[in-house]
Design a protein around this ligand. Structure first.
Ligand code: HC1
Ligand code: SF4
Length: 579
């Protein structure tokens, strides 16, 4: 242990502890901007500088460790002055247009500047001129070079967690900035659109393409019938955007918000998650029985970030994806066919909006294979959880106290199995529950496959694995979230170091619960695990916990599709990932 003094308080901490953490251990908060524990400890911003007595120098507290006998002042006049100068220099290269900034209220730069009482900047404004024009096009990810504070967090999260290295430092000296690596434009950069750079950005430099105006136009158009679907993971997180604890705001309240915003029908993506299970589970059994999985696994295909990653990084393995479309897209295809017929509505009048925790879903809906209902795109618009929150805020709704409202029928029916799609391991678990039923005619215990869940225990591998008996044989399963972990798993598969029949991969760490379109609160606290717990709790308490028991899914097969993987189901609900 190391003994030191911080602001006259005696502190004892283990060797190797940073000054920042040592101060936190006695409730002294040192402001920091670029720092992300174990990810970005480079002291680029130097806002966390403290004074070390007797050494005549200021040091960044995020990457300097404590030494025996140190006497540290976090708020000495020198430390405060250095912090203010560093902040003002950063602000001189920032556009400071808080009134029109997406992160106003959750921006860490804004918070620290306000906390420090900075009312003006002593240095001339010196904004970067970057490739801004490239970002104003239709790409779902948007970057504003004049809000970038060069903290390098996007570089680190994309490189270390997602293994894609889309971002890099560009230029030198005072002209140093962050841009797409290797002098590419973003469309050429194999970006998975996971959005992790956005959720880890401390300012408004990175954001999703804003599609709220299109949503307003559709919701207010009397000639359109708007059908809205809400993704599983949104329900666990949307209230955070209003300062509520994770999971406090319910999905029933969100349904009410959407009705207030003008939605004609509000449905649940968990309906089509259940449908996905029927199709993907049947495909799994068919491929197992055909011997197609003897050497290489079938991959889940519901995460478009993962699908984009696979197609760009391991194109030779694209054929291992399940052909099942994602729940979002299955919903879209069913919405403009069976549902339109059911509602007695002209399918051409339907405008289908998804509320998703995801940026990649915006690109997924635009893929050429996603128009199988024959009425334009099956899904017309994707709005992230954050965009939805902005729309609710603009409406001045008292979301905390709004009464719950039920989903519309029939695509509002979902099971607990559909809900857990939003957490890593959930798709696999839901699929195995129904695959067991499809092969034995009996339900397993709903929790029989919980081993694939991320329960917080450390896995010896960068992924989780489990083995189950299914269809008279042993099925080896693996679950990975985060694309860096996925890359390691794929390399092991290619080198034949591991063998699995069924593999679930989600691009975002923790699955959609940690999606790139989820609320950010400016605290840097990773919330995916807590949101995942909310989803598993909802499953635990759900009246139905098996996808094959979803009454709307059963009716859809009875009235329209016949059976899973039927000719019509293949046409509507499956796709060619090579297209
Ligand atoms: Fe997801 Fe999915 S779980 S991909 O994360 O399979 O976005 O929530 O909607 O489509 O159901 C996202 C979430 C979501 C799909 C489902
Ligand atoms: Fe989108 Fe979910 Fe995939 Fe993240 S894990 S890219 S939120 S679908």
């Amino acid at each position: 242990m190391v003994n030191l003094t911080i602001n006259s308080i005696p502190v004892t901490v283990p060797e190797g502890t940073t000054i920042l953490d040592a101060a936190a251990s006695v409730d002294i908060e040192i402001p920091s901007l670029c720092y992300l524990k174990e990810l970005n400890e480079i002291s680029a911003c130097r806002v966390c500088c403290v004074e070390v007595e007797g050494e005549g120098k200021l040091v960044p507290s995020c990457n300097n460790v404590v030494r025996e006998g140190m006497v540290i002042h976090t708020n000495s006049p020198r430390a405060l002055e250095a912090r203010r100068v560093n902040m003002e220099l950063i602000l001189s290269q920032h556009d400071n247009k808080c009134a029109t900034c997406i992160r106003s209220g959750t921006c860490q730069l804004q918070k620290i500047a306000n906390d420090m009482g900075i009312l003006g900047v002593s240095y001339p404004t010196d904004l970067a001129r970057g490739k801004k024009a490239d970002w104003t096009t239709t790409f779902p990810l948007y970057r504003d070079v004049n809000k970038c504070i060069k903290c390098m967090r996007c570089i680190q999260v994309c490189d270390k967690v997602q293994s894609l290295s889309v971002w890099d430092i560009s230029g030198s000296g005072a002209r140093t900035t962050i841009d797409v690596s290797e002098n590419r434009v973003i469309k050429q950069a194999d970006c998975s659109l996971c959005g992790q750079c956005i959720t880890h950005c401390p300012t408004g430099a990175l954001r999703e393409r804003d599609d709220t105006q299109k949503a307003y136009a559709a919701l207010g158009d009397p000639d359109r019938v708007t059908i809205v679907q809400i993704a599983p993971a949104v329900r666990a997180a949307w209230g955070e955007a209003f300062g509520m604890p994770t999971g406090k705001a319910t999905v029933g309240q969100l349904v009410s918000v959407l009705r207030k915003l003008g939605a004609d029908y509000v449905f649940d993506t968990t309906f089509s998650a259940d449908l996905t299970i029927m199709e993907e589970g049947t495909e799994l059994l068919q491929r197992l029985q055909a011997g197609d999985l003897d050497n290489q696994p079938m991959f889940t295909s519901c995460c478009p970030g993962w699908v984009r990653f696979l197609k760009s990084q391991f194109p030779e393995m694209t054929g291992r994806l399940s052909t099942a479309k994602s729940p979002q897209q299955m919903f879209g295809a069913v919405g403009k066919t069976w549902l339109a017929h059911n509602l007695g509505v002209d399918a051409d009048k339907i405008y289908s909006i998804s509320i998703m925790p995801c940026i990649a879903k915006k690109a997924e809906r635009e893929l050429p294979s996603m128009d199988s209902a024959g009425h334009g795109s099956d899904v017309d618009l994707v709005i992230t959880t954050r965009e939805l929150a902005r729309m609710a805020r603009a409406e001045h709704l008292d979301v905390e106290n709004i009464a719950e409202s039920a989903f519309d029928s029939p695509l509002g029916d979902g099971t607990g199995a559909g809900v857990i799609f939003g957490a890593t391991g959930g798709v696999m678990e839901a699929a195995l529950r129904s695959a067991y039923f499809l092969t034995t005619g009996e339900n397993p215990s709903p929790d029989a496959f919980r081993e694939v869940r991320d329960d917080g225990t450390i896995s010896p591998l960068p992924w989780r694995e489990a083995t189950f008996e299914l269809a008279g044989r042993t099925v080896h399963c693996a679950v990975a979230s985060g694309l860096g972990n996925a890359r390691q798993l794929l390399h092991s598969l290619q080198r034949r170091e591991v063998h699995y029949e069924f593999v679930e991969i989600m691009a975002c760490p923790g699955g959609c619960a940690g999606g790139g379109g989820q609320p950010v609160d400016g605290t840097d606290r990773e919330k995916a695990a807590d949101r995942g717990k909310v989803l598993f709790r909802l499953d635990q308490n759900a009246p139905l916990r098996f996808s094959h028991e979803n009454p709307a899914v059963q009716a859809l097969y009875r009235e329209y599709l016949d059976e899973p993987c039927s000719h019509r189901a293949e046409e509507l609900l499956h796709c060619d990932h090579f297209a």
